[in-house]
Design a protein around this ligand. Structure first.
Ligand code: ARG
Length: 268
C-alpha cells in the first residue's frame, strides 16, 4: 500500500540539443522529425510538475553534439550520496559520462567510474533492500557485480529479452520501498520467476502500457509521474491507492525515452 510521498532530489538535463541522429534502439528513426519546441515544452512541464509536488530539481549543462544527454537517468546510480557513474554501450553516448561527472564534481560528489558497460538508473533500479539490475542489451553482468561491491547492497540481475525494452527502466519501476510495477514479457522466464518471488503483489502492466512508456515512470511513494498514454496502468495504480500524475513526453519516445529516463534521482 502506498504510504506518503517523500521529497526527492532529482537531476535533469535540458533538451537544448535533443534530436534523433543515430539508431541505438528500435524506437529511433534517424531523420524522423522531432518537434524541438514541443520537446522543450514537454520537458519544462515535467520539471515544473516535479517541483510543484515538493521535489528539488537540479540541472546539468547540456553539451552540443550529445543529443541523448537529456536522458539523465543513464548518467549514474546514486545511493547514500555515493555516485556509481556510467560507461555507455554506444560510442555516440560515451562522452556523456564526463559531462555528467563535471556536474557531480561541482555539486560535491566523487564519481566512481565503472569498468564494464553500465548505463546508470536505466538498468539499475533500487527497490527496498535490493538493487534490481537489467542486462541483455546494455549494462553487463560484470557491472552488476561492481555495483554490489561498491554499495554493499544485494544486486538482483534480471535478463531483458525484448529489444523494445532494452533498459530495465522501460519495463519496470519502483513504486515504493516494498513494491514495483513491471511488464512480465520483457524478461526471461527465470527473471520473471525471480520478480514473482520478490514482489508477489507487484502491479503488472500490459504490452500496450509498456509500449506507451507507462513503466518509465517516477514514483515518490505516492504520486506516480506517468505517461498519459498508459491509461490502463494508471487506472490499476489508482485502484491500489497511488496517485497517477500524467506528464506527456511523447517527443522523447522517438528516442526510446520517457519520464524516468529524463530523471536521475540523487539519494542522500
Ligand atoms: N536514445 C537513448 C538510448 O538508446 C535513450 C535512453 C533512454 N534512457 C533510459 N533510461 N531508458 O540510449
Amino acid at each position: 500500500m502506498p504510504t506518503t510521498s517523500t521529497p526527492r532530489r532529482y537531476l535533469v538535463c535540458e533538451p537544448r540539443h535533443f534530436a534523433v541522429q543515430y539508431a541505438i534502439n528500435p524506437w529511433m528513426r534517424p531523420g524522423a522529425p522531432v518537434d524541438t519546441t514541443l520537446a522543450q515544452h514537454q520537458w519544462h512541464t515535467l520539471v515544473h510538475t516535479l517541483r510543484t509536488h515538493g521535489h528539488t530539481v537540479d540541472s546539468a549543462e547540456p553539451l552540443p553534439g550529445l543529443p541523448d544527454m537529456v536522458f539523465a537517468a543513464n548518467s549514474a546510480l546514486v545511493l547514500a550520496g555515493r555516485v556509481f557513474g556510467s560507461l555507455f554501450h554506444a560510442p555516440q553516448r560515451r562522452p556523456e559520462s564526463s559531462a555528467y561527472e563535471t556536474w557531480f564534481t561541482s555539486a560535491g560528489f566523487a564519481v566512481h567510474r565503472p569498468e564494464s558497460v553500465c548505463e546508470g538508473e536505466g538498468d539499475l533500479v533500487p527497490a527496498g533492500r535490493y538493487v534490481l539490475a537489467g542486462t541483455g542489451f546494455r549494462t553487463t553482468p560484470e557491472a552488476h557485480r561492481e555495483v554490489q561491491e561498491f554499495f554493499g547492497v544485494p544486486v538482483v540481475g534480471l535478463r531483458l529479452v525484448d529489444p523494445y525494452f532494452y533498459h530495465l527502466d522501460t519495463a519496470l519501476f519502483a513504486l515504493d520501498e516494498e513494491n514495483v510495477a513491471y511488464y512480465p514479457d520483457a524478461f526471461s522466464s527465470g527473471s520473471r520467476e525471480v520478480l514473482a518471488r520478490l514482489f508477489p503483489d507487484a502491479v503488472l502492466a500490459t504490452r500496450e502500457d509498456a509500449l506507451a512508456f507507462g513503466l518509465n515512470s517516477v514514483s515518490d511513494g505516492r504520486h506516480v509521474f506517468i505517461s498519459p498514454r498508459a491509461a490502463a496502468l494508471a487506472g490499476r495504480l489508482a485502484r491500489r491507492g497511488y496517485v497517477p500524475v500524467p506528464v506527456d513526453l511523447s517527443e522523447f519516445h522517438k528516442a526510446g525515452g520517457g519520464i524516468k529516463c529524463c530523471t536521475q534521482e540523487i539519494r542522500s
